[in-house]
Design a protein around this ligand. Sequence first.
Ligand code: ADP
Ligand code: GLC
Length: 494
Amino acid sequence: MIRVLFVSSEFAPLSKTGGLADVAAALPKALRGLGVDCRVLVPGYPAILAASSNWRQIATVAPLAALPAARILEGRLGDVPALAVECEPLYERGGDAYSDGCGREWPDNALRFALLSRAAAALGSGVRPTTWRADVVHCNDWQTGLTPAYLHFGNGPRAATVFTVHNIAYQGNIHRDLVAALGLPPSCFDMHGVEFHGQLSFLKAGIYYSDHITTVSATHAAEIQTEALGHGLHGLLHARRHRLTGIVNGIDTVVWNPAKDPHIAQRYTTWSLRRKRINKAQLQRQLGLGVESDVPLFGMVGRLVPQKGVDLILDVLAELCGLPVQLVVLGAGEQEIEVALQTAATRAPRRIAVTIGFDEGLAHRIQAGADFFLMPSRYEPCGLSQMYSQRYGTPPIVHATGGLADTVTHCTPEMLSAGTATGFQFQSFERNCVLDAIATASSTYRNRRTYRSLQQNGMRCDFGWQSGARAYCKIYEGLHMQMAAWQRNDERMA
Ligand code: ADP
Ligand code: GLC
């Protein structure tokens, strides 16, 4: 049985700012279902430690340069065996995983996530501190980027490493002076190493030193090799393209299931879709919108950052207000976007409702209550919300980029008659294009048969983790065999 350590800075629902948390909770579960001995490694945030009373210490990680000592605790998070890195001064504080909750990032994030990376490397190294040693360490995003570097510079046999890029725009770039403080050899500060425009880059370290790289959709795997969407790392990614695979995310079909969702007023299935309107009325009432069943309600849930393209919607608000539509937004992020949205809602309180903050229950209620889900992202590595919306019979309207292009089937007469159309894509990130898509969606809404087909087609899609988990398994197995062959070779040479 192959042993995989899945390392993540977030884990849903305990510590979540976005989709990484959902993936970290769902993919390991699916991998275990396929017979992989997958365990999750997360920082010991207060919510993680409080989630179980059965954490027990199984190892320690010695201090290294400026990195303090830590304890590795073993326990369970939901259905998955988990390990937590316990280090009170670095992880036990308020706010979210990365910031104080008021938009200020923790100034010691480099140290916090270097420690997570170091603990992961320890669990995958030959000088393991525990009886369980990972064959493969699966790292996710910049917060775990130093793991492959620590393993590369360590001694003795080591686990293979997979590094998944969920969001290439977040890179963990810090001052070069920190190389020594993080226990890395000076030689790694090189173009062929962790150096990136004169800084130390956690993300580049992950991409450079890992044995295999993945990102979260096939389209995005191609996009990040281009200057337009590679955020400066396209050259390296292109050079390593034979080691780069796009695997589209799945969703947790238990957590996101309109037939059993505890967060929503009225549960429903493809056969009882009429009941969805009860969720719409409830949502309209709860948010102070006009309770009008015939007016299409557009929902948005997401981080309020430029990536998500909310500014494009703000740009077309005047036109939108001229159409018979309603808009519901839930999100938190950049203050400027939050204020602009709130101002719009104050001007048209019966048409636009904005909730600033993070609210898991409301996210589910919007998916269940809205008639369409808007996701006009500038770029989107995968995106989970558009898959949730299809499962909830809420056709998405998306910019045709990354995983949005891969998971939403545009409504054309051909796709409708084939029974595969699930939503609307617009090709260019431009105001006219999004407006056209919204206008087309609104007129489709009035054509009950077509609208119902879109809903049912989306609900019947299989967005589960089965096929994604199988694709990761294949990569793990290939790497594991390769590492074993290298090791046999090393032993022969010794
Ligand atoms: P990203 O990871 O880029 O944020 P995804 O679509 O992959 O985008 O995942 C976003 C996840 O975060 C979804 O589960 C979505 O419901 C959730 N989410 C985002 N913002 C909020 C919020 N303000 N309140 C509740 N859930 C949110
Ligand atoms: C990122 C991406 C998003 C993706 C998520 C999980 O935050 O922005 O597109 O779905 O990670 O992989």
